[in-house]
Design a protein around this ligand. Structure first.
Ligand code: DGL
Length: 273
């Protein structure tokens, strides 16, 4: 008797922009047995300057289209700005399991010897009560210096399209954090998924940092604990879906090609939330 076809778990990795790719790369390497879909809401980008209300409306609007279309077995909200506010209502609305990413204050506090932690995120994440609660709960004896920058998000978007940032630009974007903790900071949390993509340009400004805290491995462990290892060998090429046509599609396509993606698809979702 014929055996039922083995099912490859579908994992959607969702972000406003290319930040999701910093995590997707690790997921593909560590858990190659899942079918990956990268969804970038580039029509709604940037998320990191939106209010809680606007972001919640926007994410629900996008997922109302994406969930029935892709029918994922799990969805990773690879965006700190969104995860810090929208996960509870998503979990109420769908049966699908959601994995989020929130600022890694707890592991940072465990790693830091000087007790001075830097946190780079979007302006929205830095303002969120959720983030401040993490600091009170998990790093009460540390000094956590936060800097929210929309400029660094834009720099990351350009960098993966082949436009590297200049030193002046990086210095300017990072100066507020450099001023507050360059000597003593030994742990730096990259609490926006765009930032691991430009870490090589951030590192020189923080020579005292011993620990760079990024979320990719923790997310991979969480996905594995919920979905297992999947079906290595049965997966197809990962698919990338944008919510509007990209102004520099060739450059984006070239980067995605290196991660094994085929042609980018566009599923238009208008920018209004
Ligand atoms: N990558 C996202 C985050 O982790 C947000 C970037 C943006 O759209 O501003 O917060």
């Amino acid at each position: 008797m014929a055996q039922p076809a083995e099912k490859v778990p579908r994992v959607v990795v969702f972000d406003s922009g290319v930040g999701g790719l910093s995590v997707l790369d690790a997921l593909q390497r560590q858990l190659p047995g899942h079918q990956y879909y990268f969804v970038s809401d580039n029509a709604g980008f940037p998320y990191g300057t939106r209010s809680e209300y606007s972001l919640t409306q926007r994410v629900h609007k996008v997922l109302r289209q994406i969930m029935p279309h892709l029918q994922p077995d799990l969805l990773v909200v690879v965006c700190n700005s969104a995860s810090t506010v929208v996960l509870p209502s998503l979990r109420e609305s769908y049966e699908t399991p959601f994995v989020g990413v929130v600022p890694a204050i707890k592991p940072a506090a465990a790693l830091s010897k000087t007790g001075v932690i830097g946190l780079l995120a979007t302006p929205a994440t830095v303002q969120r009560e959720y983030t401040h609660r993490l600091v009170r709960e998990f790093a009460p004896n540390c000094r956590v210096e936060m800097h929210g920058s929309g400029e660094l998000v834009e720099i990351a978007e350009r960098a993966i399209r082949g436009v590297a940032p200049g030193p002046m630009q990086m210095q300017q974007a990072l100066q507020p954090l450099i001023d507050r903790c360059s000597e003593e900071v030994d742990t730096l949390v990259l609490a926006c998924t765009h930032f691991p993509l430009i870490k090589q340009w951030i590192e020189p400004y923080f020579p005292s940092v011993q620990h760079w805290v990024e979320p990719a491995d923790a997310i991979a462990r969480r996905v594995e604990s919920l979905l297992g290892k999947g079906q290595p060998g049965l997966t197809e090429q990962p698919r990338a879906i944008l919510t509007q046509a990209d102004g520099d599609l060739d450059a984006l396509q070239a980067y995605l090609g290196k991660l094994g993606f085929g042609p980018v698809e566009v599923r238009e979702i208008d920018a209004a939330h």
